[in-house]
Design a protein around this ligand. Structure first.
Ligand code: CA
Length: 219
């Protein structure tokens, strides 16, 4: 999925960006609220990581504005240890979870996955589709008894397809989830990844819905 990171501390921001990208997500990193606002208007993010103290204002105000406008996308707030009142206010303002700095990067990964699974309405990390068994928490997939190795991009596509089992995901949604502002998109890349995934997972693992997109399963 595509993640927006709003954080003005350079060292922490870079560490978080690298961790989330290593988990196979596309990450846009901004350090100011006005940049965050512009990014949120331009891209349909799957999840937002929000620092609360930013150079041009409070992250909580952004969160409140989003929720007042009916925006339900998952938001995890990043707070300092001594700011308990911020955390309470953040949760009351509609944050889905929080992490206290300094946090373990693997805990960040786990919370990002748990929050996005809950948002998709499927908190269970184990998914079956035909002969496939997918463990989203462990990021592993089996075809029958055989464990299959996927690249980061292939995993990101499978992750998207398994967020809502019956949902059709368009090529544009896949591109948006796969590529952040810093990446070049080649026109046939999604098709290439889908074709490789079908070779690994079986031809009927991913169904093409003509003119619309792709979904898991054969019919
Ligand atoms: Ca800050």
């Amino acid at each position: 999925m595509r993640v927006l990171l709003i954080e003005d501390e350079p060292v922490l921001g870079q560490a978080v960006q690298e961790q989330v990208a290593a988990d196979g997500h596309a990450v846009d990193w901004v350090a100011r609220l006005d940049e965050a606002d512009a990014a949120l208007r331009a891209v349909d993010y799957g999840l937002v990581l929000l620092d609360l103290h930013l150079p041009d204002g409070r992250g909580l105000d952004l969160l409140k504005t989003l929720r007042r406008g009916g925006d339900q996308r998952p938001v995890i707030i990043l707070t300092a240890r001594d700011q308990i009142s911020d955390r309470i206010e953040g949760l009351n303002a509609g944050a889905d979870d929080y992490l206290v700095k300094p946090f373990d990067l693997n805990e960040l990964s786990a919370r990002v996955m748990a929050v996005s699974r809950r948002y998709a309405g499927n908190p269970n990390p184990l998914i079956s589709s035909g002969k496939l068994k997918i463990d989203k928490a462990a990021r592993r997939v089996w075809r029958g008894e055989e464990a299959i190795d996927l690249t980061k991009r292939e995993w990101a596509i499978l992750d998207l397809l398994t967020r809502r089992a019956t949902a059709v995901i368009s090529k544009e949604q896949m591109e948006e989830a796969l590529y952040d502002f810093g990446s070049e998109i080649e026109s046939n890349t999604v098709e290439v990844h889908i074709s490789r995934l079908r070779k690994k997972l079986g031809r009927d693992a991913i169904h093409t819905v003509r003119g619309v997109g792709y979904r898991l399963g054969s019919d």
